[in-house]
Write a new protein. Structure first.
Length: 261
């Protein structure tokens, strides 16, 4: 088998699609792009089959990748746990906050997953919620968390439903409330939603934070204060599940068997 061949992990999410290339036991390439009407067509343009030894897909679009690309599939829970163990071997919990959902996974020392909890029926506490609130307050999403951290104190936000919270924020702005205090209040309400499920799982080792929301410094800071334990945010937290999928592609191709039971 040529040494140049790589193993591909695909994470086709509700908001973005991630491609990770693994070779010689390390990540040699990663791409992130918006999930459009036909993300698999974009994937085809970015992958040369002659250079690929195996492909494994996870995320919302994994079964379409199996049908159209012949990819193996793996659940987001397995992929995320394995990817988190790869980027932080000491981790025992991973919190993955994506565009439309979040998941908390307890991991074993060998990167397998144990208990887990999902929130996949409401966008509250996810990237989509942050995007909507940033837009209403007139912030760019990349500036939202930093601006919130500069507020002296938070405004209490009573609703986590995106629709009701939007109305509440509009009313607060109309009353003359400082938008930075509103922003901090929104971030606090998100962390108040994330903290209980994360605090249930393992007390040893750092918490790995994955997903695009891990790029928000206010969410990370407030959650760290609540948990009172180390948090590890990878350089590119969005690609953690795709790394796990790429590792599974490698192990299945190398061993002829499923990497994670």
């Amino acid at each position: 088998m040529p040494a140049s061949k790589s193993y591909i992990g695909l994470d086709i999410g509700s908001r973005t699609t991630k491609i990770v290339r693994l070779a010689n036991g390390r990540v040699v390439g990663a791409e992130i792009f918006d999930t459009a009407l036909n993300p698999l067509e974009q994937v085809r343009r970015r992958i040369d089959p002659a250079e690929v030894e195996g492909i494994t897909a996870t995320g919302y679009g994994r079964h379409a990748a199996k049908a159209q690309l012949g990819a193996r599939v793996v659940s987001e829970i397995k992929a995320c746990a394995l990817g988190a163990s790869f980027v932080c071997p000491d981790a025992r919990v991973v919190l993955d906050v994506g565009g439309q959902d979040f998941k908390v996974i307890e991991m074993t020392q060998d990167g397998r997953f144990g208990r887990f909890e999902l929130n996949d029926r409401c966008a509250a506490g996810t990237g989509r919620f942050l995007e909507v609130m940033a837009m209403i307050l007139g912030y760019k999403i990349e500036d939202f968390g930093r601006e919130a951290l500069s507020a002296p104190s938070p405004v209490a936000i009573n609703s986590m439903c995106t629709v009701f919270a939007e109305s509440e924020v509009v009313a607060l702005l109309a009353s003359g409330e400082d938008r930075k205090r509103i922003a901090l209040g929104l971030h606090k309400s998100i962390v108040d939603r994330l903290f209980p499920p994360v605090s249930k799982f393992g007390r040893n080792g750092p918490v790995v934070m994955a997903g695009g929301v891990a790029l928000n410094p206010c969410v990370v800071e407030l959650l760290n204060r609540h948990l009172k334990r180390d948090m590890f945010v990878p350089d590119r937290p969005q690609i953690v599940p795709a790394i796990g999928a790429a590792l599974i592609a490698f192990r299945e191709s190398a061993d002829g068997q499923e990497a994670v039971p």
